[in-house]
Design a binder for this molecule. Structure first.
Ligand code: GLP
Length: 240
């Protein structure tokens, strides 16, 4: 694991967005693994700004997202489909048909998982952006998830629903289930870039980097991946 501890979020956002922009400039057919949550928003803003100023070309780039809520309409402002359109896809020249997210509104969620796993088989990310949950989850792979998991249905932990309640009007509105890339699926990316900001993440960050590799902290499996870069602000790094 390569560790980068920066003074503030802006420094992290600059470095991570540069990694992505450099990759896309070098490889016009790059495959980006993307994440949602508040953490990557600054990086997406930097990509949008760079597109505005420099017209970095995303017309052949493809993206795969980590996860999606189940039974939250696509049009809902907090669906990850809407999140990606609002924060990134509408601001760069990526083609809609080149952007993939799990389908949380299908008739058969198990089938949606298999369909997404097939998409991932054909789209292994050159770079996968990750945030981390305060309980150490990556994507929506909650503590206790098998390291061998592929795309699957998750019942969200109460702590995760509480963390994400800030984006909804009330806790009741936060979906109870999601579809997420599994841990095995995530580890297929050539490079993994995990970003964490703030004191609320410090404990999970400590366990991910210094703790044993255990499914109690799903992010600890990243210790086994050959090419992981961890970008932290000082608060997220405060227990290291
Ligand atoms: C959600 C997402 C994760 C994300 C995590 C942290 O549960 N499924 O992919 O990493 O929350 O979110 P935030 O970045 O808002 O702290």
């Amino acid at each position: 694991m390569e560790l980068y501890i920066k003074d503030n979020k802006e420094a992290v956002n600059n470095e991570v967005s540069s990694l992505i922009i450099d990759l896309v400039k070098k490889n016009k057919n790059a495959i980006l693994g993307l994440a949602t949550g508040s953490t990557p928003i600054g990086v997406y803003n930097e990509l949008a700004l760079d597109y505005k100023n420099n017209k970095t070309d995303y017309s052949n780039v493809k993206t795969v997202n980590l996860d999606e809520y189940i039974n939250l309409p696509k049009e809902h402002s907090q669906s990850y489909y809407s999140f990606m359109n609002q924060n990134l896809f509408s601001k760069i020249n990526i083609k809609k048909e080149n952007t993939f997210l799990p389908n949380g509104n299908g008739e058969n969620h198990l089938e949606s998982c298999s369909e997404y796993e097939l998409i991932l088989k054909n789209h292994k990310p050159d770079i996968q952006i990750l945030g981390i949950g305060s309980n150490g989850h990556i994507g929506f792979n909650e503590p206790g998830t098998s390291f061998d998991s592929t795309t699957h249905i998750v019942e969200l932990k109460e702590s995760t629903r509480l963390d994400n309640a800030r984006f909804f009007n009330s806790l009741d509105e936060v979906p109870t289930h999601s579809i997420t890339m599994g841990i095995k699926s995530i580890l297929q990316a050539k490079t993994i870039v995990l970003i964490a900001f703030g004191k609320n993440k410090a404990d999970a960050v400590y366990k991910m980097i210094k703790g044993p590799i255990t499914d109690d902290c799903p992010a600890s499996i990243l210790q086994t991946h050959p090419n992981v870069k961890i970008f932290l602000d000082k608060e997220a790094a405060s227990l290291l």
